[in-house]
Design a protein around this ligand. Structure first.
Ligand code: ZN
Length: 92
């Protein structure tokens, strides 16, 4: 078995390189698996973040709509009261 780091010859049964101490092929396989898992984890986290952003966006939109409706109501009330005041003044 040849070390990938320093290209030194090692016994086939050896797990680590006798020259540089780097892990030999057996560990390369185990290193490849966590990469796949981490990719899936990244995708999952991105998905969760996207869902959270969408939910947050919908929530903000709804609260904004409610605020707008409240503002409209306040404006209507103010207009009505303003008209009432004007009418009262005109009546006097
Ligand atoms: Zn080596």
């Amino acid at each position: 078995m040849i070390c990938k780091k320093c290209e030194a010859q090692n016994e086939d049964a050896a797990r680590f390189c006798g020259h540089c101490g780097a892990p030999l092929e057996e560990r390369d396989c185990s290193q490849a698996e966590p990469k796949k898992k981490s990719k899936v984890g990244i995708l999952a986290t991105i998905g969760i973040i996207l869902i959270a952003v969408i939910i947050a966006g919908v929530f903000v939109m709804r609260t904004n709509q409610v605020k707008k409706q409240e503002q409209n109501l306040v404006c209507l009330l103010q207009r009505k009261t303003a008209n009432g005041v004007i009418l009262m003044k005109m009546a006097k």
